[in-house]
Ligand binder design. Structure first.
Ligand code: NAD
Length: 418
């Protein structure tokens, strides 16, 4: 059955999972079970384009494991989306939920589309049709989607509306990451980026790998990248280079992050900002810095560029930005990697708060959300760093082992159905 999910991303996720399970000496049956998702739905979504033609987009919803609770995971709109990649991301969501000690299982969804090529109306029609196709398997107690690469709160609002229309009443808890006015949580939008910044601060402090002043480079300036930059800037940490799909800018004295966010909001691109030197996307990854934060796509740090990175540590804002081969090279080069399931768990944690608030119909202040997020991120960081130190293993392996063992303990208690 593995060949169904044949893709580099799926092989990578499985390899990392096997490495961690081996050290945990997990039961073979359990390992086999966890290597495959529980349920995979493949859909085709016909959409009427503005010019009257009809285009068909392929989409997926993969539910990896629901041992700890309802499935939870983002929906990605990107041209490279395929079933293997979505399954890999779903698997890692399961370990991320376990590591963060949340009552959710892992899932992921995606549509193979470049959202930048669609008009607002086409994007809405695609989202509503995709939602209608996956509707039988999602719901507040079944599977709760959220934003990911290429999707945003507006798209979550359309999913929530489509689902609610089918039920005949309003169901805010079917998605998280929706706009605040329709039941979203204050603090959700910035949660992933803020979480990445908290973990970066903790890692710098604990491992003492920095120059003065600390210099950070961020790949990707969307939701995760921009809010990471914003929070680091607040903490007095210099962000010296950022980019997006179009190109990047660099200033060794630090970039004015808030002004940059305004430029991107108003004009659309990082390099529309007039200050700083231009850098290509390849150059950016190998700039000299203390911390490199990939916050865009998967597998961008690979065997070709890993030998050339000039940073003290990599903090993974994106999902799966480092290939297994690159991971080994970075370890040999003594470059520390703070893994995705730890570093970018902030969005998942506040999604949990959003779901809880929606179920209770009682909403928290932004401060309460931020405080609780910070506390949980810092606690999770300490658990992973302590475990890695105690077992003398890399942080990625430690994070995976903590996440996997929580799910497998629960699975053993629940037993095998029937
Ligand atoms: P986004 O769509 O808001 O932003 C993505 C950014 O990456 C954009 O600035 C885009 O221009 C840039 N980009 C795309 N291709 C690039 C390239 N080749 N080189 C440089 N930049 C490029 O997406 P996001 O929500 O910020 O997600 C980014 C990553 O973080 C993804 O891997 C996603 O899975 C992960 N993530 C997101 C969340 C969340 O809450 N949004 C949570 C956890 C993990």
């Amino acid at each position: 059955m593995y060949e169904l999910f044949n893709s580099v991303a799926f092989r990578e996720a499985t390899l990392q999972f096997e490495r961690a399970s081996r050290l945990l000496t997990e039961d073979d049956g359990l390992v086999e079970r966890f290597k495959l998702p529980q349920r995979t739905l493949v859909v085709s979504c016909p959409v009427r384009m503005d010019d009257g033609t009809v285009k068909v987009f392929g989409g997926y919803r993969v539910q990896h494991n629901q041992t700890l609770g309802p499935y939870k995971g983002g929906i990605r709109y990107h041209p490279d989306v395929d079933m293997g990649e979505v399954a890999a991301l779903a698997m890692n969501m399961t370990w991320k939920c376990g590591l963060a000690e949340l009552p959710f299982g892992g899932a992921k969804g995606g549509v193979a589309v470049d959202p930048r090529t669609l008009s607002h109306d086409e994007l809405e029609r695609l989202t509503r049709r995709y939602t209608a196709e996956i509707l039988p398997i999602i719901g507040p107690t079944k599977d709760i989607p959220a934003p990911d690469l290429g999707t945003n709160p507006q798209i979550m609002a359309w999913i929530m509306d489509t689902y609610s229309m089918a039920q005949g009443y309003t169901v805010p808890t079917v998605v998280t990451g929706k706009p605040v006015i329709i039941g979203g949580s204050l603090g959700r939008e910035e949660a992933t980026g803020y979480g990445v910044a908290y973990v970066t601060e903790d890692a710098l402090r604990r491992f003492k790998r920095y120059s003065d002043p600390v210099k950070v480079v961020i790949q990707g300036f969307g939701n995760v990248g921009s809010y990471t930059a914003h929070k680091l800037n607040d903490m007095g940490i210099k962000v010296v280079a950022v980019n997006d799909v179009y190109g990047g800018i660099y200033n060794p004295n630090g970039l004015p992050v808030d002004e940059l966010m305004r430029t991107v909001r108003e004009k659309g691109k990082v390099d529309d900002y007039a200050g700083g030197d231009k850098v290509t996307n390849d150059e950016l990854l190998t700039l000299e810095c203390d911390v490199l934060i990939p916050a865009a796509l998967g597998r961008v740090i690979n065997k070709d560029n890993a030998p050339r990175l000039r940073c003290g540590m990599v903090v993974e804002g994106a999902n799966g930005p480092t290939t297994a081969e690159a991971d080994d090279i970075l370890r040999e080069r003594n470059i520390l990697v703070i893994p995705d399931i730890l570093a970018n768990a902030g969005g998942l944690i506040v999604s949990y708060f959003e779901w809880v608030q929606g179920l209770q119909e009682y909403y928290w202040s932004r401060e309460a959300v931020h405080d609780e997020l910070k506390k949980r991120m810092k606690n999770t960081f300490i658990r992973v760093a302590d475990y890695a130190e105690k077992e003398n293993i890399p942080m990625r392996l430690a994070a995976l082992m903590l996440g996997i063992s929580r799910v497998s303990q629960a699975k053993k208690l629940r037993g095998l159905y029937p």
